[in-house]
Design a protein around this ligand. Structure first.
Ligand code: GLU
Length: 420
């Protein structure tokens, strides 16, 4: 019988914090404070769908820490999402916002429903039902949601409308949600920001590792909002994308895949698998193929110890949240594979969410050039900080990123004093 551990997001997040806490010699009471979220809310929604069908849908909101500012983090909509997942993801958000240097804490929400199985009309009903149920917990000084897996800018538009409409106002008073459509207060480039940020950190890593981005062969696992944009930006920079996958399977071509063509194919057919100009393969083939750079940009815990043993890439850029299990992490480290950890690699989304948050108060629209250049400057400078810290202290990139992020949250917590 196998004694292999099964790692979920929460277990991985707690283990990462435990190790960080030991390295930083945190006081026991501080470690305990960071380990537990401030608030966990479970809501039962009872929407009536367009067919008149009554539904019962569970939803979760977790605010992990808010020492640096209001809780920030997306809404995950998936049939299997659990309170534990949301708790683990909210912890990740606390470190992510601290590391990229925006005045937010960590939060996350989840809606247990399969968004691929409903019409746009019914999704709107569920999103509005969630908004009404969660309204007391959302606000510019409390928790500011955004898109995550299974939700998008259309949903954020409905949230913004549902709030304003309930109050009889045309707009919300301040930023209640980010990732909205640009026409109603969203920011240019937010949709692409996470994928762009992933690409920018890869370019920065290539410089340090002496890899030529133009000669590099890249595999991208996950072709949603993050993976497809990262692949597009990297191919525009001259890299060869040799393998791509989504939930339906993958495609591989040593000569390089034309990402624009593949995007059009996916738009028409709804999936990567079956793309006629490349060879079909499995998701696992994409993760373990002979490439220089691997971008896991799909979901959590996909790089297990078995997969890690087979990975041939020199660089792994974590576009998804928590894609690598702790035992796989050790294997990758032993194999001297350079990792750009999730809390750094995919922080472009929340960074541009912060720009949207400031834009909304000022009622002034930033240009796409400004957004992209601020994103590039910030994420590359944070990448360099983490890289230098890791070299100076003989740590992995993940350890360095965690130490830097947790230290900031600890400092803010002490700065506020002991009162509850
Ligand atoms: N869901 C994204 C993340 O995991 C973005 C969160 C946000 O913009 O608040 O980082």
């Amino acid at each position: 019988m196998s004694t292999k551990q099964v790692y979920g997001i929460l277990k991985t997040a707690r283990l990462n914090l435990e190790q960080t806490s030991e390295r930083l010699h945190l006081e026991e009471q501080m470690f305990k404070r960071l380990l537990e979220p401030k608030e966990k809310i479970e809501i039962t929604l009872n929407p009536t769908l367009s067919s008149n069908k009554h539904m019962q849908v569970k939803a979760f909101i977790v605010r992990h820490r808010d020492a640096l500012g209001p809780a920030k983090g997306g809404i995950r909509m998936s049939p299997n999402v659990t309170m534990d997942d949301i708790q683990g993801l909210s912890m990740e958000m606390t470190w992510k916002t601290a590391l990229i240097g925006v005045p937010f804490g960590g939060g996350k929400s989840g809606i247990c429903f399969d968004p691929s199985k409903i019409t746009a009309e019914d999704k709107e009903i569920i999103i509005r039902s969630f908004t009404r149920g969660a309204m007391r917990h959302i606000g510019p000084e409390v928790y500011v949601p955004a898109p995550d897996m299974g939700t998008n800018e259309t949903d954020m538009g409905h949230i913004r409308d549902c709030l304003a409409y309930s109050w009889g106002k045309s707009v919300t008073d301040g930023c209640y949600v980010t990732g909205k459509p640009v026409i109603i207060g969203g920011i240019l480039g937010r949709k692409e920001a996470t994928g762009r940020g992933v690409a920018y950190t890869i370019v920065a890593a290539c410089e340090k590792l002496g890899l030529d981005i133009k000669k590099s062969r890249i595999a991208v696992q996950g072709f949603g909002n993050v993976g497809s944009i990262a692949a597009m930006v990297l191919s525009e920079l001259g890299a060869k994308i040799i393998a791509v996958s989504d939930v339906t399977g993958g495609v591989i071509d040593e000569e390089g895949i034309n990402i624009e063509h593949l995007m059009n194919f996916v738009k028409d057919c709804g999936q990567v698998y079956g793309y006629p100009s490349a060879k079909d393969c499995t998701n696992e083939d994409v993760l373990t193929c002979n490439c220089d750079i691997l971008v896991p940009a799909a979901t959590q815990s996909v790089i297990t110890s078995d997969i890690a043993n087979e990975i041939k890439a020199k660089l792994v850029a974590e576009g998804a949240n928590s894609p690598t299990t702790p035992d796989a992490d050790e294997i990758l480290d032993k194999k001297k594979i350079f990792i750009i950890p999730d809390i750094l690699c995919n922080s472009g989304g929340v960074f541009v969410s912060y720009l949207e948050y400031t834009q909304e108060t000022q009622r002034e629209q930033m240009t796409l050039e400004e957004v992209n250049s601020r994103l590039n400057n910030r994420i590359v400078s944070r990448f360099n900080d983490v890289y230098n810290y890791s070299k100076l202290n003989n740590l992995t990139m993940r350890q360095a990123a965690m130490d830097m992020a947790v230290s900031r949250v600890v400092e803010a917590t002490y700065a506020m004093g002991a009162l509850p």
